[in-house]
Design a protein around this ligand. Structure first.
Ligand SMILES: O=C(O)COP(=O)(O)O
Ligand SMILES: [Mg+2]
Length: 234
């Protein structure tokens, strides 16, 4: 009998694996301060984060009544990246229980990967500073490919790089892009409610919701993969 390929769990980064909110707010406010705009708050992040720094800055400026024109954006993105990269890891920390969950999965032979819309170099830098790089078989960012979440190819490309198999993969994330990319790639999804979603995650119709990483076990992942395969086969 051919052994089943190693299962793969793909994590979103901001708001799922790492609590990045304090540093995102700080660097974003540093960025827009040059335009004389009032700072944004943590609550604002739920509808600013999700499509990378560029879109976050654009949305924050619009929120503050200052839609960007013409060539203003690249310099602001540069200002954000310089500030954010210089401060890493700042206040950023893995969410409670996620490292133990990853240890649990790895001890059962699982592969792990990150699929984030954050710029690849920021994602890699942050994971490195937090000593987490060694957990992952692949880390892809919003600028790694020509496409990004919710485009299915961001997830399928991540699976390929991680040496995984699409029928043995689960995606876990905090926002609409994560649940949508999983659906688009025909992979089961798990949602976490503590990240940056502007709607309750149940409204995104993930295959499963966990409220703490204690619940992320090999048994749960196997069950989700099995149930999903059965559903697709009907
Ligand atoms: O930085 C962002 O805007 C999104 O990052 P995420 O895909 O890891 O949530
Ligand atoms: Mg996220």
């Amino acid at each position: 009998m051919i052994p089943a390929p190693a299962p793969l769990v793909v994590f979103d980064l901001d708001g799922t694996l790492l609590d990045t909110h304090a540093d995102l707010v700080e660097s974003l406010n540093h960025t827009i301060a040059i335009l004389g705009l009032e700072p944004v708050s943590y609550d604002d992040l739920t509808h600013l984060v999700g499509q990378g720094a560029r879109v976050m800055i654009e949305r924050a400026c619009r929120l503050r009544g200052h839609p960007l024109e013409g060539e203003a954006l690249p310099a602001l993105v540069e200002r954000f990246v310089a500030h954010y990269a210089a401060g890493m890891p700042g206040h950023t920390q893995p969410y409670p229980g996620v490292v133990a969950a990853m240890d649990r999965l790895k001890s059962k032979g699982y592969r792990l990967a990150v699929c984030t819309n954050k710029m690849e170099k920021l994602a890699l830098g942050l994971l490195e500073k937090l000593d987490l790089t060694g957990y992952f078989d692949a880390v892809t960012g919003g600028d790694t490919f020509e496409y990004r979440k919710p485009d299915a190819r961001h997830l399928t490309g991540t699976i390929t790089r991680a040496g995984g198999d699409i029928s043995r993969t689960v995606m876990i994330g905090d926002s609409v892009n994560d649940i949508a990319v999983a659906r688009n790639a025909a992979v089961p999804s798990i949602a976490v409610p503590f990240g940056y979603s502007d709607v309750p995650v149940s409204a995104l119709s993930p295959d499963h919701i966990i409220t703490h990483f204690n619940e992320l076990t090999p048994e749960l992942v196997e069950t989700l993969m099995r149930d999903y395969a059965a559903k697709v086969a009907v």
